[in-house]
Design a protein around this ligand. Structure first.
Ligand code: HPA
Length: 275
């Protein structure tokens, strides 16, 4: 555990040195599959490829570029991850969530997370944006192991994970944009397989609205260290549990995410402006 904290500090120090006299980013953003477009809207950019950051892993997933980008968005200093690490890539949960702890040490207080997800709720359509109101975690919990007291408590509360305040701002801004906004429960499994029809049905039965393979690990670690959290899923595929046809492919998911990235980006920018 001491080794882990030393690594977090080493990485934080490296990023601080790259930042020079730039302001401390109070908002962290994690961009999911095909959603890297938001990075283009960040002004006054400092781009640090993951490959150059000590202790950072490489982003191997489709639609994930692998850059850490500092700058301003909506007039606020931000740090954005253009591409994340997934458990299905073979990384440990500590490695998947490592950047969130680095963000915390840098001074991040609010975390925006995004992902591409499959519709579990039969009313959802491809291209819909879903604000995450809650989640169901079917991945290993990233806080298993000795508790890192410097970051948070042994048993973090999980009743108010997704900020009501920011969700409300998103609802207001989406209305102004004329965009339909869903609000629902995100369920994540390990992947990399998409769900079988029976698994989609199971997700629906247990209360899920959208299915994915990410986000929850980072959210748990962010919650552990007391960050305010806003999460959004872009619905990239239907998950018709009655269909015999093959519905899902990685390329299609990235393609659909790219198509919806524009409106998600605008929404994030507008919400951040109001924080
Ligand atoms: N299931 C899991 N993860 C996903 C999906 C899905 O249907 N779509 C995009 N990511």
């Amino acid at each position: 555990m001491v080794i882990m904290i030393n690594k977090i500090d080493e990485t934080t120090e490296y990023i601080r040195q790259c930042m020079g006299s730039r302001p401390v980013p109070e908002i962290g953003i994690i961009l999911g599959s095909g959603l890297g477009l938001l990075a283009d809207r960040i002004q006054d950019q400092l781009v640090i490829p993951y490959g150059g950051i000590p202790n950072f892993k490489r982003s191997t997933a489709e639609g994930h570029k692998g850059n850490l980008i500092l700058g301003t968005l909506g007039g606020k200093p931000v740090v954005a991850m253009q591409g994340r690490f997934h458990f299905y890539e073979g990384y440990t949960m500590q490695e998947v969530t490592f950047p969130v702890r680095v963000m915390f040490r840098l001074g991040v207080k609010i975390l925006f997370v995004s992902n591409a997800a499959g519709a579990v709720n039969p009313e959802y359509r491809v291209g819909d944006l879903m604000v995450i109101s809650d989640h169901i975690n079917l991945l290993p919990n990233p806080l298993i192991g000795p508790n890192m007291e410097e970051f948070g408590p042994r048993f973090p509360d999980m009743t108010t994970v997704y900020s009501k305040r920011i969700r409300q701002l998103a609802v207001e801004e989406a209305e102004k944009m004329g965009e339909r906004l869903r609000m629902g429960v995100y369920v994540a499994g390990t992947g990399p397989t998409y769900e079988t029809p029976a698994e989609y049905k199971f997700y629906k039965t247990i209360g899920g609205d959208a299915a994915g393979m990410s986000t929850i690990p980072e959210v748990i670690v962010a919650r552990h260290c007391g960050m305010e959290i806003f999460g959004m899923s872009v619905i990239t595929n239907q998950s018709n549990d009655l269909s015999d046809t093959c519905l899902n492919s990685g390329e299609d998911v990235v393609k659909q995410a790219n198509l919806a990235a524009e409106k998600m980006t605008t929404l994030f920018e507008r919400v951040i402006t109001r924080l």
